[in-house]
Design a protein around this ligand. Structure first.
Ligand code: BJ8
Length: 424
């Protein structure tokens, strides 16, 4: 990585502790990613993004701030980035995916809080991630109890706006979400000093829809019998989608898809014949959480789909671009976002329907239902999910894990046995 020490110091980071993270990440990335055979050349861009993960994009965000732009940090796929970009600001994902940040979170949160929340709080309070330092305002949401309390703790250190997400999907809930988006628009306008107009919102909707279209195009290749890109690589691209410049991300992903078109035509496959097609469902995998994909893809499987917020929940369903006028445009945003099926909703039949549909579309041989330790929502919903999947005749394995490597061997044993069972 180029030398960004001065930038990190100026951000008030604990540079010495951060150095430890910078030392381990390249090794982990090399083991999981660079060890793969036959990767598409288009992955070079994403390799570079990871190699410079705390350098290039943070430097771009700081340069934008110097021009007067504000940066909003988000933690959930319900938060509409469109509003932020329409106000001439930048949205960036902030979810923590590394064990490195967890002990910092445990200083202020109960140990039995999910690692995603602990890592996110630790990254901010320990001052070891530039993105968490750069964001001018955090945007939280009322999805799960742990997050709700985390916003209160973080708000002592950084401005936080919390969006109240309804947890049912009746007409009045969709209306309430539209009102919440309208309030968010006012908050963003006040904070940036820029007005969101129908024109700027239309442009932002197109910008983010284009990103969704590129991700959908990428995922489609995984439906092929010969899978031209690994699950690991697709996961990495999805993770980068949360914080890269959206226009550039779309362009680079479409460029990669052009290469994959050729690979598909040539029947190129990144896995051995007979590899079992695994679909994942459950909690999100924030960067650099690559653990499960790595284990599956080195145990005779290939991950063909993720029904997660770092997978299909992030990009499926577009915002209707034909709506005009701010009121109708915001209604269109509310309708699109309320199509996401998070376990915080009750009932959440849509998620089960999505899983069964996706398993068919991606021709999954088996499903792994993954839960981040201490996520009560997905753990509890796992009962209904696994029951429905079993009734549909699809083999399913439920697992719970965290960001440590302490269970890696045990997971490998269980996942290998599951894949072996699919062979019989
Ligand atoms: S829409 S999954 S991104 S809330 S894993 S922090 S739920 S205890 S991340 Fe999520 Fe939005 Fe839902 Fe998606 Fe809480 Fe569970 Fe932790 Fe979670």
């Amino acid at each position: 990585m180029a030398d960004y020490r001065k930038m990190w110091e100026d951000l008030g980071m604990d540079v010495e502790t951060h150095d430890v993270l910078c030392e381990v990440l390249p090794q982990a990335f090399g083991d999981v990613y660079l060890s793969q055979d036959n990767r598409p050349e288009g992955m070079d861009y994403y390799n570079m993004v990871v190699a410079e993960i705390h350098g290039i994009r943070p430097a771009e965000l700081i340069a934008a701030q110097k021009e007067g732009k504000k940066v909003f940090g988000t933690f959930c796929v319900y938060v509409p980035d469109e509003i932020v970009f329409a106000a001439g600001a930048i949205a960036t994902g902030l979810c923590g995916g590394s064990q490195f940040w967890v002990p910092g979170g445990e200083k202020v949160l109960p140990v039995n809080t999910c690692p995603l929340i602990k890592a996110s709080v630790g990254a901010r309070l320990d001052r070891t991630c530039p993105f968490f330092r750069i964001a001018d305002m955090y945007v939280g949401e009322t999805t799960c109890d742990g997050k709700k309390k985390a916003w209160e703790i973080l708000s002592a250190d950084v401005p936080v706006h919390v969006m109240e997400l309804p947890q049912m999907k009746r007409a009045k809930d969709i209306k309430a979400w539209a009102e919440e988006i309208t309030d968010f628009k006012s908050v963003v306008e006040d904070f940036t000093g820029n007005e969101v107009s129908a024109e700027s919102l239309a442009a932002a909707v197109k910008l983010i829809n284009d990103k969704r279209r590129a991700l959908a195009r990428l995922y489609d290749f995984r439906k092929n019998e010969n899978v031209p890109i690994s699950g690991r690589d697709t996961l990495l691209i999805s993770q980068i989608a949360f914080y890269d410049d959206p226009g550039r991300f779309t362009q680079m992903t479409n460029q990669l898809c052009d290469e994959l078109d050729q690979r598909a035509a040539d029947g190129v496959s990144v896995c051995q014949k007979g590899s079992k097609r695994i679909m994942l469902t459950g909690t999100p995998m924030a960067i650099p959480n690559w653990k499960l994909h790595q284990i599956i893809e080195t145990s005779g499987g290939i991950v063909v789909c993720e029904e997660t917020c770092t997978g299909t929940r992030y990009f499926e369903n577009l915002v209707d671009e034909s709506r005009t006028g701010l009121k109708d445009q915001i209604d269109a945003l509310a309708e699109r976002y309320m199509h996401i099926n998070c376990a915080c909703f009750t009932p959440n039949h849509g998620r089960v329907e999505d899983i069964l549909r996706l398993a068919e579309e991606y021709r999954a041989d088996g499903i792994i239902d993954v839960n981040l330790k201490f996520c009560n929502l997905y753990d509890t919903e796992g009962y209904l999910v696994e029951k429905a999947v079993q009734e549909a005749g699809i083999p399913v394995l439920g697992i719970e894990t965290d960001y440590t490597d302490s269970d890696a061997q045990q997971l490998r044993t269980r996942i290998s046995a599951f894949i072996e069972m699919l062979n019989n």
